[in-house]
Design a protein around this ligand. Structure first.
Ligand SMILES: NC(=O)c1ccc[n+]([C@@H]2O[C@H](COP(=O)([O-])OP(=O)(O)OC[C@H]3O[C@@H](n4cnc5c(N)ncnc54)[C@H](OP(=O)(O)O)[C@@H]3O)[C@@H](O)[C@H]2O)c1
Length: 337
């Protein structure tokens, strides 16, 4: 919903029913409840994108009860621009809702030139979060992640930096992303000894990318952290978007794409078969793909991307049917294994 203030600037009034249909799940053994579906700003929020379009996506998200927005220092392009655009949207639309939002950012990948703008040093993590907070116009983030493991930096240094960030009040909780199970265990042990709330591991998980099933999910169970699953739609492949080719404007059609056209072509047979199962369940393929991830009890939230408000609305309907029969699960397994 939109209202006009006296200056003619459009402000945003959130839907008063926003908490009625969303499901909230606990992040591991923490006190934090996350929406079963969260929104990520990796694509569609950079300076190359239309700001109003991004703004509409975030308004729709919050109206759906999606309280968790996921960013990183290098989202854009260019790097930093998703945080800066988010800062503009936040200032205009979401400032009065700060305490209803759970905002994430990360550092760990290439961000600025020279030896201090990448990886896992204390120097990089602390200065990167300071920059992120400035770009977003925030005093603190709800969770700060180390974005990927760095095998050259002692884990004690990286986790120590996360601990100090929490002590400085710049993040309420910490997380890690893309860490393997053994590294996750070590990180959790260090953080526990430092009394730091490690609540989430952010990992790629979809019907087409299942590495976390091997042992990460069990490790998370043991450590008490939850999982937040990114790229749950395999960047759009697990939707009906590519069934008849690669449409103009889709992620796979873009030069900056992270989704290779050949990868899409190689998956088309599986996509069509999965789509048929989704239809029988009365769901869109995207909805079935999200529901399938949420069957894992360690998964606190499915972290989707969207290039339009309608995609988000469609995806949120996944929550209307999360139950699978054993026949459906084995038919899906046959296709994806
Ligand atoms: N920690 C990490 O290392 C890491 C890595 C990657 C991502 N992430 C996080 O995870 C978030 C989600 O990742 P992702 O964007 O790859 O997720 P995704 O949900 O697998 O893919 C999102 C894309 O799928 C398409 N899509 C979504 N819903 C659709 C629908 N109903 N119908 C048709 N197409 C639909 C859109 O592509 P089109 O643009 O083609 O319309 C959309 O941009 C990111 O924004 C980021 O926050 C984290």
């Amino acid at each position: 919903m939109q209202i006009n203030d006296k200056s003619g600037v459009q402000n945003y009034l959130a839907d008063s029913k926003r908490y009625e249909s969303m499901t909230y799940k606990r992040a591991g053994k923490s006190g934090v409840l996350l929406p079963a579906m969260s929104i990520g700003l990796w694509h569609n929020f950079g300076f190359i994108d239309n700001l109003q379009k991004g703004r509409n996506i975030l308004r729709t998200a919050f109206d759906l009860g999606i309280t968790h927005f996921d960013l990183a220092n290098n989202y854009g392009p260019p790097y930093g621009s998703a945080e800066e655009n988010f800062g503009t949207i936040y200032k205009n639309d979401f400032k009065s809702y700060r305490d209803e939002l759970f905002i994430a950012t990360k550092a760990g990948y290439d961000m600025w030139p020279g030896p201090y703008g990448n990886n896992g040093s204390r120097k990089y993590l602390i200065s990167s979060l300071d920059q992120s907070l400035k770009r977003m116009g925030l005093d603190y983030v709800d969770i700060f992640y180390h974005h990927r493991p760095d095998y050259e930096t002692p884990l004690e240094e990286t986790m120590g930096a996360l601990a100090d960030i929490v002590r400085q009040g710049k993040a309420l909780y910490v997380g890690i992303s893309n860490y393997q199970p053994a590294e996750t265990q070590k990180a959790a042990k260090i953080l526990k000894a430092l009394n730091v709330p490690f609540i989430l591991h952010q990992a790629r998980y979809s019907m087409f990318e299942r590495w976390i099933e091997d042992s990460l999910l069990n490790t998370l169970e043991e450590t008490g952290a939850g999982c937040i699953a990114f790229s749950p739609l395999a960047q759009g492949m697990l939707t009906d978007k590519y069934i008849n080719g690669i449409p103009e404007g889709s992620r796979a059609s873009k030069d900056l794409s992270y989704l290779d056209k050949d990868v899409v072509s190689n998956h088309i047979g599986k996509i069509q078969k999965l789509n048929a199962i989704a239809k029988n369940r009365g769901q869109k393929l995207s909805q079935m793909a999200i529901a399938w991830i949420l069957r894992q009890q360690q998964v606190a939230s499915v972290l989707v991307g969207a290039s339009s408000p309608n995609q988000l609305k469609e995806n949120a309907k996944a929550l209307d049917n999360l139950i699978f029969t054993s026949e459906e699960l084995s038919a899906i397994e046959k296709i994806i294994s």
